[in-house]
Design a protein around this ligand. Structure first.
Ligand SMILES: [Zn+2]
Length: 69
């Protein structure tokens, strides 16, 4: 099961959804995406923490991100 990140969950107005095999993979792709699409966004530790908090288990129910199942 992979990880998924909805760009809008990080607080930007963007419909992009990033999928990766693990959090590091999603984070790397998010950095690439931010470079191309969100030129005003800096990959600061605070932004990385926000991204990590927004990453969800792919295919899990939306009620709790999978932690209650
Ligand atoms: Zn985006």
């Amino acid at each position: 099961m992979g990880k998924v990140l909805a760009c809008k969950d990080v607080g930007v107005n963007c419909d992009t959804v990033i999928r990766g095999k693990d959090e590091a993979d999603v984070l790397r792709q998010a950095a690439e995406h931010a470079k191309g699409c969100h030129s005003g966004v800096q990959m600061t530790p605070a932004v990385q923490a926000k991204i990590l908090a927004a990453i969800k288990e792919e295919g899990s129910s939306s009620c709790c991100g999978g932690s209650c199942h």
